[in-house]
Design a protein around this ligand. Structure first.
Ligand code: ADP
Ligand code: MG
Length: 612
């Protein structure tokens, strides 16, 4: 079809441009918060009515906007922070493009009330869909209040792709946590409806040595995560060629399965950085198993001229002039204090190297050893691990001990030799990763992790839709310290977690007590599995904006509760896995669509060996 080219009407053009900067309610909050910080605020209060897209306000005590400039602030590319192109090389503010307020205004109802120090009252401007509809004055202390309501009211398509309101709010809490770490000298308060969710006093940051500075930042960390967690963080710092890095690092056993616990602040800007994440991971070396990400907060200062902040619409990424220098400085600085951690850490959580199940049979050559091992079958198994030297040693040790009665574990020892039961399929474990089973007409090779994931995934769905799962009470309840956003997620997921078999009770934010875990859970550290599940769910909902939180829970639960490659399986366990796999509704793939098994036909083998 032939169509002619036309210019878009300005309000449509600005709505399209707004989509780049304000992709979701969280980005509106981020921009408004960054403006308050740029204005030199000492105290910032965020209030949410209902949800971020319904209405939120950010009030600060910063420099304010001159009355004559209020309308200008709503115009595209109007900014007080940059006047020449070269200024980008000296940038010390979070904003610089003058795009945020006009973008927010284009897709919401925006009210700004601002008073400069010398003025007697605040000037107020209200805009709807980008048009100024009201101008007035109101009493207010010096500073600025920005109110955003009805976000995306005029862009219904965008609304559809949004995260759940609760999920978006959790991301909002996380955003404030990160800026709280970047600006400890600013007091923050976060109120949702009438509930005060966060209330952090300002921390005096006067110190000029990195060590003392980190101790002051630890004070803010303490307000965010609680004393138990913050006191264990390891301080690290380094300086080279005008770059400085300072970090608070989580202990190896608090490492997580996603990057959720990592905060990177470059020139006090909260960014995502695979480079920094990789550098920190490198510093932990073999203190961590593969696939684990340490918790960390990293403050990096880079001369503005050696940093490009203008590479991403929402400014969540930056580019360094010298990647290698940043990487090696960060890795080196973080590695130093980690190297002196006491030995127990070096063996903590070497998942994959060690089996959570007793080592028995089949990939061990010695018959005597396997026969002895078989006698343990049917007894409850206690997996005892090296105690950790946390201040609450008793609790931490308890966390590491979990009884693992598998519901299907046979009461009598399985036959030691292969041919006692002629009907049982022959089974072998290959490289602690695959199960080989001879079947009629050939051989199936099962991926043990993928298969278990499929089984647990279907079970999770069954449980969440009615059949409550068996819970196994822990000998010693475990305390788990969560971040505020994780804690909120526990409350949100509570009923489902319970149906899966978790027995949790909140012990005042941000700590929960784990009293029981799903009966089939094989992990050593239930608190860690819980955190992994929460991170997985929040990552999935944050990334996809998908509303189906039960589906994400089922998936991440299955992924984190399943046996792993590297776990040794007994013959009985292999049989159980295979029987259960083939009684699921979709045995061919795991929940992510990876195959669970492949089949090799005898015909194929015969052909390859030239038998036919
Ligand atoms: P940018 O932050 O990139 O300059 P914005 O659109 O976010 O662009 O804001 C436009 C201008 O409005 C800013 O440059 C600043 O002068 C002013 N402004 C916005 N919010 C505040 C605030 N809370 N306090 C003082 N000035 C503000
Ligand atoms: Mg801005």
């Amino acid at each position: 079809m032939e169509r002619s080219i036309r210019r878009l009407a300005p309000e449509i053009a600005s709505r399209i441009a707004a989509g780049e900067v304000i992709e979701r309610p969280l980005s509106a909050l981020k921009e408004v918060l960054e403006n308050a910080l740029d204005a030199g605020a000492r105290a910032i209060e965020i209030r949410v009515e209902g949800s971020l897209d319904r209405s939120f306000t950010v009030a600060d005590d910063g420099v304010g906007i001159a009355p004559a400039e209020l309308e200008l602030a709503l115009e595209r590319h109007a900014t007080s922070k940059l006047s020449e192109f070269d200024d980008l090389d000296r940038l010390a503010t979070l904003g610089f493009r003058g795009e945020a307020l006009p973008s927010i205004a284009a897709v919401s109802r925006l009210r700004i009330a601002s008073r400069r120090r010398g003025a007697v009252a605040a000037d107020v401007v209200v805009a709807e869909g980008g048009e100024v509809i009201e101008r007035s004055q109101a009493p207010r202390a010096p500073g600025t209040t920005v109110e955003v309501s009805g976000l995306f009211y005029n862009t219904p398509a965008r609304r559809k792709f949004m995260n759940t309101p609760a999920g978006e709010l959790r991301s909002g809490v996380k955003l404030v946590e990160c800026y709280g770490l970047a600006y400890p000298e600013v007091a923050f308060r976060f109120v949702v409806d009438t509930r005060t969710r966060l209330d952090w006093p300002a921390v005096t940051v006067a110190a000029d040595s990195p060590e003392a500075r980190l101790e002051q930042r630890r004070e803010r960390a303490l307000a965010i995560w609680g004393a138990r967690h913050a006191q264990q963080l390891v301080a690290a710092w380094g300086e080279r060629d005008g770059l400085t890095v300072e970090a608070l690092l989580g202990l190896p056993e608090h490492a997580r399965a996603t990057r959720e616990g990592q905060v990177f602040l470059v020139n006090r800007r909260w960014i995502q950085s695979p480079l920094l994440s990789h550098a920190v991971r490198q510093a932990y070396g073999n203190l961590l198993a593969a696939g684990r990400f340490p918790a960390c907060t990293v403050w990096l200062e880079v001369p503005a001229a050696r940093l490009d902040v203008n590479v991403h619409p929402t400014k969540r990424e930056v580019r360094f002039a010298e990647d290698d220098a940043v990487r090696s400085l960060t890795a080196g600085a973080c590695a130093r204090p980690l190297a002196s951690l006491q030995p127990p850490y070096a063996v903590a959580d070497t998942r994959g190297a060690e089996s959570p199940w007793p080592d028995r049979v089949f990939d061990r050559p010695s018959l005597g050893e396997s026969a002895a091992g078989e006698l343990e079958l049917g007894l409850p198994t206690l997996v005892d691990r090296a105690p950790l030297s946390t201040p609450e040693g008793g609790v931490a040790v308890a966390a590491q001990i979990v009884a693992i009665p598998r519901p299907d574990r046979p009461a009598t020892p399985a036959p030691v030799t292969e041919h006692v039961d002629p009907d049982a399929p022959e089974l072998w474990q290959l490289h602690r990763t695959y199960i080989l089973a001879s079947v009629r007409g050939g051989l199936v090779i099962v991926d043990q992790h993928a298969a278990h994931e499929r089984i647990l995934y279907e079970e999770a769905h069954e449980r969440m839709s009615g059949r409550v799962g068996l819970s196994q009470q822990l000998l010693f309840p475990t305390l788990v310290d969560l971040s505020q956003s994780q804690f909120d997620l526990v409350l949100e997921l509570g009923p489902w977690l319970k149906q899966l078999g978790w027995d949790l009770s909140p012990l005042g934010p941000p700590t929960v007590v784990v009293r029981g875990v799903p009966a089939e859970l094989t992990a050593h550290a239930p608190g860690q599995v819980l955190q992994d599940i929460l991170d997985g769910v929040s990552e999935a909902t944050g990334k996809t904006g998908d509303q189906d939180i039960a589906e994400h829970l089922a998936r991440t639960y299955a992924c984190h509760a399943a046996v792993r490659a590297g776990d040794v399986l007994s013959r009985a366990e292999m049989r159980w896995l295979i029987d259960r796999l083939f009684s699921t509704t979709l045995p061919h793939g795991d929940p992510h669509g990876r195959p669970t098994f492949v089949r090799l036909d005898l015909d194929e083998l015969n052909r390859r060996f030239g038998r036919s």
